[in-house]
Design a binder for this molecule. Structure first.
Ligand SMILES: C[S@@+](CC[C@H](N)C(=O)[O-])C[C@H]1O[C@@H](n2cnc3c(N)ncnc32)[C@H](O)[C@@H]1O
Length: 305
């Protein structure tokens, strides 16, 4: 079947059922998944050497910063250092994101949770591909589930900025979904079935799911291949309300390359039905008291400068 094209693609038609992706909706979708990954990595790296300067690149609503703050000494008794030394020895965190909404969200969490009592904290709008920090600024640079938002050429520029802004001996930590992302396959099958196509969804960018693409990019950006390590960790994704999860996911990534068209509105319920069925059919899907959960794989890249 031929899909009817928008008569005016510039009008950017959206199905009426499409949920607007606000920060709150995005948080609902991400849930605790990226937080769990960040906490696990930071638990392994902590305690950070005193006076460390850390970048939370593409910070979203601040999950990496939150995990770093959690790892810091919370009272004088937690620290072996005296009061005088403490201010200079405080960890400095720069949390940056392209989206003003994400920056506002991180700022308000920081304020509510008094993060600046524990670290020198700077939260600002800044695109990954044009970081304004001087060279050799950071001991650690985290880009948690961020770099795949960029086109290949911008991703290379972003990786060059990560390399440039790291101190010699500093570590860049980047995370990406690995091949084990069964929900992406379900989204793809729904796209192909409801649109009778063998094209791929723009969000399903396979090259990011293996190790090679990002390792090569980091090497091109200036890191030594021998100093880039990759490992895969599994993370449990909790889903309280599967129908709602499918609605949000389809709204966020269901649009094909050429944009939404009327048929997508007409076939919305069919797509949601396929998504729900597909999610429940995933090998790792388990019903539980809270709804359900499944397991996805995450590649953790650690590159030392
Ligand atoms: C999947 S979220 C991950 C957020 C956070 N790091 C986490 O672990 O939850 C991707 C983030 O990248 C941000 N982003 C997208 N393009 C960006 C760019 N060019 N520069 C900086 N941030 C960007 C988005 O606004 C979003 O907050």
């Amino acid at each position: 079947m031929l899909r009817t094209q928008n008569s005016h693609p510039s009008e950017e038609f959206k199905p009426k059922q499409c949920i607007p992706i606000t920060v709150a909706v995005f948080k609902e979708l991400v849930g605790t998944t990226t937080q769990k990954v960040a906490s696990r990595i930071i638990e392994e790296l902590a305690p950070f050497p005193s006076g460390s300067v850390i970048h939370d690149n593409a910070c979203g609503h601040g999950v990496v910063t939150s995990s770093i703050v959690d790892s810091l000494p919370k009272s004088i008794s937690d620290s072996s250092r005296g009061e005088e030394e403490k201010e200079g020895d405080k960890t400095t965190i720069h949390a940056t994101d392209l989206s003003p909404l994400m920056v506002t969200s991180t700022k308000s969490t920081a304020e509510m949770q008094s993060w600046s009592n524990y670290a020198n904290l700077h939260i600002s709008e800044m695109p990954m591909q044009s970081l304004t920090f001087p060279p050799n600024t950071f001991n650690f640079s985290f880009t948690n589930f961020g770099i795949f938002c960029l086109s290949d050429s911008l991703a290379l520029t972003a990786a060059q900025h990560v390399h440039r802004t790291l101190k010699p001996g500093g570590k860049a930590i980047l995370t990406l979904w690995s091949q084990k992302t069964p929900h992406h396959d379900v989204l793809m099958r729904t796209h192909q079935k409801t649109r009778n196509t063998d094209t791929v969804l723009p969000s399903r960018q396979d090259r990011w799911h293996g190790e090679t693409f990002l390792v090569d990019l980091l090497v091109e950006a200036g890191f030594d291949r021998g100093k880039v390590e990759v490992r895969e960790v599994d993370v449990v994704v909790d889903v309280e309300d599967l129908k709602r999860r499918c609605e949000i996911s389809w709204s966020l990534v269901g649009a094909p390359e050429e944009g939404w068209v009327r048929e997508d509105e007409e076939r919305w319920e069919e797509a949601l039905g396929l998504l729900e069925e597909g999610m429940r059919g995933m090998d790792s899907w388990q019903d539980d008291d809270q709804g359900g959960h499944y397991v996805v794989g995450v590649n953790v890249f650690v590159a030392k400068k």
